[in-house]
Design a protein. Structure first.
Length: 300
């Protein structure tokens, strides 16, 4: 019989509310479970390091949090070589992973969905490597406007209100502040040069920003990555692209939007830009990342 280990990020947007619901709901089910509550990345790291030698291989992790919490968990899960399936109860602001995998947002429904699963399923994640630095993502890694918007929301203390409406409102301020940059995309033996990029997003799922379907054809099931690049977009272009994006997701047909799919790719950016991985912002003076997929066992 499976035992469920609920990994709860105490600082995720709705984790305290979801935890209270779980305390009421779980005793109604005939399952073995335990709560493992973390208050920092360091505590999560220590917890998983301890569990790697004691956790039965038949047990299931259940991450309770947002996309950022899932990102942090998978980083250490991979670091310590776990093979246990990964379940998920959404408790964040964006919840794009749950949206892509049709996991209910309602806690009781998400729990019933979790307990209805009979077999693990493989899903791919994104691995981005540059020298000794490695980033993981379940949804996307973005450069330019995407990272800048995350930075703007964080600096204004609005990260907790993240979602499609707040993200869309921030696009215009991000667009006005984002400087264009050069980017080289390499897929196999082919290289593509872009000189006036405002956004580059490597996606593993259709949506980002809490429900904005920027890469509608991306899927964690096909073991492929999709990169979407916005190059030399004018204010008039932006309005046209957003209209297509919001109405019927046909924005990739716009001549200023470029899209590629591959299992592996390299992106080089020779200027300092903000970036995001599953909504968590980071910054480098230059980027030269090799992207690839890695399949992990999920209980979703």
């Amino acid at each position: 019989m499976h035992s469920y280990h609920f990994i709860i990020n105490k600082h995720s947007r709705n984790s305290q509310k979801v935890l209270k619901k779980l305390l009421v709901l779980l005793p109604k089910h005939k399952v073995e479970y335990k709560f493992l509550i973390t208050e920092s990345i360091e505590q999560l790291d220590t917890l998983l390091e301890q569990l790697r030698s004691t956790m039965p291989k038949t047990d299931i992790f259940v991450v309770v949090g947002g996309d950022g919490s899932l990102n942090q968990f998978i980083t250490f899960y991979t670091k310590y070589g776990f093979k246990n399936p990964i379940g998920y109860i959404p408790a964040g602001s964006g919840n794009d992973f749950a949206r892509a995998n049709t996991i209910p947002f309602d806690t009781e429904e998400a729990l019933l969905h979790l307990f209805s699963i009979k077999e693990k399923e493989e899903r791919s994640i994104i691995i981005a490597t540059q020298n000794n630095t490695t980033h993981f993502a379940v949804n996307s890694i973005g450069f330019g406007i995407d990272g800048l918007i995350g930075q703007l929301l964080e600096s204004k203390g609005k990260k907790e209100k993240m979602g499609a409406p707040s993200y869309m409102l921030s696009i215009f301020s991000g667009f006005a502040k984002q400087e264009k940059f050069s980017l080289t995309l390499t897929i196999g033996t082919h290289s593509y040069e872009f000189n006036s990029v405002q956004l580059a997003l490597v996606a593993n799922h259709p949506s980002f920003g809490g429900g904005i379907y920027i890469a509608p054809d991306a899927s964690g099931k096909d073991d492929q990555l999709e990169v979407v690049i916005a190059d030399n977009v004018s204010p008039k272009n932006l309005l046209s692209i957003l209209r297509k994006l919001l109405i019927n997701q046909t924005h990739k047909s716009h001549p200023k939007i470029h899209s590629f799919k591959s299992k592996e790719m390299t992106i080089h950016i020779n200027s300092g830009q903000y970036a995001q991985k599953d909504g968590e912002v980071f910054h480098q003076d230059e980027y030269d990342y090799h992207f690839q997929t890695k399949q992990l066992p999920f209980w979703i």
